[in-house]
Design a protein around this ligand. Structure first.
Ligand code: PLP
Length: 379
């Protein structure tokens, strides 16, 4: 079996599973409890909070644990919109965001907010000039993803931050679910106010993530209750999941330099293989080394995903949450691809447990399977 669907989720490192099992057995107290066991549980939560903060060049008090990337994105966007709607009702995002951002903007649009969806060019990049031209006195939020989950294309977050510094009344949110722990992020140098992350994208457990919220900035919470996480996210803190996230981050930091180097070679080899197959189109090749996307017009993504699975290769059609819907990829359409191209997109994504054998097997399977399918379609 060759698992190359790491943008959908990654396999947890064995050490992550061990640390979580140990915590559930030996460190089960509620971190809010005032006794010794509560303090012991609180310690592991705070250790992970500091690790996440250090990775972002932030302070621990700026990290709020959530149930994952989706909740972090919802909290950031609804949180700003609801808290600052008296200041203005214009919010800005891009046409290529993950559904956990895109759908929140659509719902705010129905509530009466005016939304600008920035376009991208055929390589998947937005235009700073377009961003600048849409900002008004009414703009309270700009939300732009770092690395795109379907294509791996990354937006120029530092340049965007530099531009937005001139608009102190608005908030800058970044969905960094696909970049955190792999690419360098400095929230202060990049002038980011809010940033979302998710542990299962870096070999941690599912159901845990975090939102960075810049110090002294207020947003409206989504979940009310006992006032945990400084009141921004009530609910008993998920100690075992947070332990697993900390362990995953620790290991990812040790492995990432080698991983990025390996992934650069793997992507180059796979792209060369794909280009040699007649009728294929690459989508957004200038992205991160660990994600690549291509289309084979005439062969629907679902068909190719299933045929590759028969060869032991596990890849994706588009983002995991929408891959069961037989619709063209919204991201590829936004990049100007035709419908036949956008309905036949395939994503190959590598993780820190990927090996050269996986990549070679994938290349071989693509060479066998695509021309065969193309032949049968013509017959
Ligand atoms: C870019 C991006 N944002 C947000 C999410 C949602 O994260 P989670 O699965 O932790 O809810 C994903 C997951 O695929 C993603 O790729």
């Amino acid at each position: 079996m060759h698992y190359l669907d790491n943008s959908a989720t990654t396999k947890p490192f064995p050490e992550v599973i061990q640390s979580m099992a140990w915590t559930m057995e030996h460190n089960y107290a509620n971190p809010a409890s005032l006794h010794r066991l509560g303090f012991k549980a609180e310690k592991v939560v705070e250790d992970t909070r500091k690790m996440v903060a250090d990775e972002l060049h932030a302070s621990p008090s700026e990290v709020i644990f959530t149930s994952g990337g989706t909740e972090a994105n919802n909290l950031a966007i609804y949180g700003v919109a609801r808290a600052y709607q008296n200041r203005g009702k214009h919010i800005v995002t891009t046409a290529v965001e993950h559904d956990s951002v895109y759908e929140v903007f659509r719902s705010l649009e129905k509530e009466g907010f005016s939304v600008t969806y920035l376009s991208v060019d055929e390589s998947g990049f937005l235009s700073l000039d377009e961003l600048k031209s849409v900002l008004t006195n009414e703009t309270i939020l700009v939300s732009i993803m770092h690395v795109n989950n379907e294509t791996g294309v990354f937006q120029p977050i530092s340049e965007i931050g530099k531009l937005l510094v001139n608009y102190p009344k608005l908030f800058f949110h970044v969905d960094a679910v696909q970049s955190f722990s792999k690419l360098t992020i400095d929230v202060h140098a990049m002038s980011i106010d809010l940033l979302s992350i998710s542990a299962h994208k870096f070999h941690g457990p599912k159901g845990i993530g975090a939102l960075f919220l810049r110090k002294n900035k207020q947003i409206m919470p989504l979940v009310l209750g006992g006032g945990q996480e400084q009141g921004f996210r009530s609910g008993t803190v998920a100690v075992p999941l947070i332990t697993g996230m900390g362990k995953a981050l620790e290991l990812t930091k040790q492995k990432r330099v080698l991983f990025i180097k390996d992934a650069e070679h793997w992507k180059k080899d796979l792209l060369a293989t794909i280009l040699m197959i007649d009728g294929t189109i690459l989508n957004g090749t200038d992205g991160v080394p660990y994600i690549l996307n291509f289309s084979v017009p005439g062969i629907k993504s679902e068909v190719l995903v299933r045929t590759l699975e028969d060869e032991g290769i596990f890849v994706s059609s588009k983002s995991a949450c929408s891959s069961k819907k037989e619709t063209p990829s919204r991201v590829l359409l936004a990049m100007g691809r035709k419908k036949t191209e956008a309905i036949s997109g395939i994503r190959i994504s590598m993780g820190m447990l990927t090996t050269s054998t996986d990549v070679m097997a994938c290349g071989q399977a693509l060479r066998n399977v695509i021309p065969t399918l193309q032949h049968w379609i013509k017959v």
